[in-house]
Write a protein that binds this ligand. Structure first.
Ligand SMILES: *[C@@H]1O[C@H](CO)[C@@H](O)[C@H](O)[C@H]1NC(C)=O
Ligand SMILES: *[C@@H]1O[C@H](CO)[C@@H](O)[C@H](O)[C@H]1NC(C)=O
Ligand SMILES: *[C@@H]1O[C@H](CO)[C@@H](O)[C@H](O)[C@H]1NC(C)=O
Ligand SMILES: *[C@@H]1O[C@H](CO)[C@@H](O)[C@H](O)[C@H]1NC(C)=O
Length: 477
């Protein structure tokens, strides 16, 4: 079969967000307590279909407590767990990994509901990727501290569906128009960056332009994190600037791509991260370009063109299922009815391990991002996208709060969440303004040849609080 196993360790950094996808908005506190896992019979391979899980084979109770400790109540086996943004959680105990999204369902055309005390059907397997089973988990309603804050008639009922928020659908079908007044104001209000119009966007509808800049149940969520453990801090020094596109004259960043109007930014950022890290690990002797479409069409750890998270794709999906190269599953930029089996001789590339930086969710900082960026390679991050970001042409971007886009007849813009790849950092020699160098997936004509510099040091548009990262062990077979 010629399977290439790429040993990439993915470490995930930081805070909760909602890059897209399911409507769930659950917190770390929601997780604390005792969960009952109803498991189906094991022994399956990864092709298991957990939408039809079969009868309950056994029941396991696992309690999740502070510091990300998971304890199996029957035998006191101890493991860890992690909240995955506000969307779901993963538990590792003994030899097993269990992952599920929080439960949600569509009520009608305009409303969706979610629960933070139960899950959708999830997937369980052992650490070698064998012995798959399905499960559904429910939290025991013992110390329902939070229940009081979540009255049933408002709890979890969200306007909007995962793929289509409650927007004026007809208006969204109108052709996109650059708002020249808005662009002029942006350039008048500040000198740090230049806004420009993108006439090519006018061949798209508003809806398509919005999908491209992410998804979301509205604003990014920064839920409360577990308390940080104190780490002994070693003071380290880093270069003033660093850019994976030019390390002693060598470029380790794969070419800029264009996601089109599918909300697949998370897949592009994930593939770009893995691509760069393989280039780094092999000193550019291997330069694969991976397939975001295979993720969009085939991964159950994401929601196709309706969004997903780099953690679950560059991390969990690449670990459990592997990713394929572009030519194996070329980009279509849309959801497909089914997952076409990848061509038989397509190699799958796997990551060996993925986890949060510092060992658990929430143990991260901007310094940590720099440290790992320099040491291991580019980092996929989630950012908050405001309408002005769309118009970025050059310079050091920060969100201009004083100018609103107000194009008639309506303003469909809302804050969305987008995934991109941090490839370096630096500071402007004259102003001293610090920035991140970020690769976007909107083609080369956007921004600085497809890249954007984003103000650093202030968690601009949530960039450092929403980071995730990975590093490869430079060993390929
Ligand atoms: C959809 O469900 C919500 C919540 O139950 C309800 O308030 C709303 O009226 C429903 N809308 C329609 C069109 O049925
Ligand atoms: C989840 O919480 C809701 C109240 O918010 C409650 O009605 C429901 O019974 C709970 N489900 C479980 C499985 O405990
Ligand atoms: C999600 O929950 C947090 C509180 O935990 C809240 O501040 C935020 O607005 C919610 N986001 C959405 C999209 O409902
Ligand atoms: C990496 O590749 C560059 C350019 O081909 C070469 O100059 C350099 O010696 C290589 N480094 C290592 C460690 O092999």
């Amino acid at each position: 079969m010629g399977t290439i196993v790429c040993f990439v360790i993915v470490l995930i950094c930081c805070v909760a967000s909602s890059v897209g996808d399911t409507v769930a908005n659950c917190t770390h506190e929601d997780l604390l307590g005792s969960w009952i896992f109803h498991m189906s019979e094991g022994g399956h391979d990864k092709t298991i279909d957990c939408s039809k899980p079969g009868p309950v084979h056994k029941v396991i109770t696992i309690s999740l407590s502070s510091y990300n400790t998971a304890i199996v109540e029957s035998d006191h086996e101890i493991g860890t767990y992690n909240l995955i943004y506000n969307q779901g959680f993963e538990v590792e105990v003994g030899f097993h990994t269990l992952f599920a999204f929080f439960a949600w369902e569509t009520l009608n055309d305009t409303h969706t509901k979610y629960w933070c005390n139960k899950t959708m059907y999830g997937w369980a397997h052992d650490n070698l990727g064998n012995n798959w089973a399905c499960f559904i988990a429910m939290k025991q309603p013992d110390k329902a501290v939070l229940q009081s804050e979540l009255p049933e008639n408002t709890n979890g009922i969200v306007k909007g569906t995962p793929s289509k928020l409650l927007r004026n659908k007809l208006a969204l079908q109108a052709p996109y128009m650059n708002d020249m007044q808005f662009i002029m104001e942006l350039n008048k209000q500040q000198r740090s960056w230049v806004a420009d119009s993108y006439p090519e966007l006018e061949s798209m509808t508003y809806e398509q332009v919005l999908s491209r800049s992410g998804h979301g149940n509205g604003p990014i969520v920064r839920s409360k994190l577990p308390r940080k453990l104190k780490f002994s801090s070693v003071v380290k020094t880093f270069p003033e600037s660093f850019d994976w596109r030019n390390v002693n004259g060598q470029n380790f960043v794969s070419p800029v791509r264009n996601q089109g109007s599918c909300g697949s930014c998370y897949a592009f950022a994930s593939m770009a991260m893995l691509e760069a890290r393989i280039r780094i690990a092999t000193n550019n002797t291997q330069t694969p370009v991976f397939s975001p479409q295979e993720v969009v069409s085939c991964s159950q750890y994401a929601q196709g063109c309706a969004g997903g998270f780099p953690f679950l794709i560059a991390g969990k999906y690449a670990h459990d299922f592997g990713v394929v190269e572009e030519q194996c599953y070329p980009y279509l930029g849309k959801d497909t009815d089914k997952c076409e089996p990848a061509m038989v001789d397509c190699k799958r590339h796997y990551v060996a391990k993925y986890e949060y930086v510092g060992g658990y969710y929430g143990a991260c900082s901007e310094e940590k991002m720099i440290e790992d960026l320099v040491a291991f390679g580019p980092i996929a991050v989630a950012i908050e996208v405001y309408p002005d970001f769309q118009q970025y042409k050059s310079g050091i971007y920060h969100h201009v709060t004083s100018v609103e886009r107000n194009s008639p007849p309506f303003n469909p813009f809302e804050l969305t969440n987008h995934a991109v790849l941090v490839v370096g950092y630096g500071a402007d020699p004259s102003s001293g303004e610090k920035y991140w160098i970020v690769k976007n997936s909107w083609g080369e004509s956007w921004g600085e040849k497809g890249f954007v510099r984003i103000r650093r040091g202030v968690d601009e548009i949530a960039i450092s609080s929403l980071a995730q990262q990975s590093f490869p062990i430079p060993e390929l077979e």
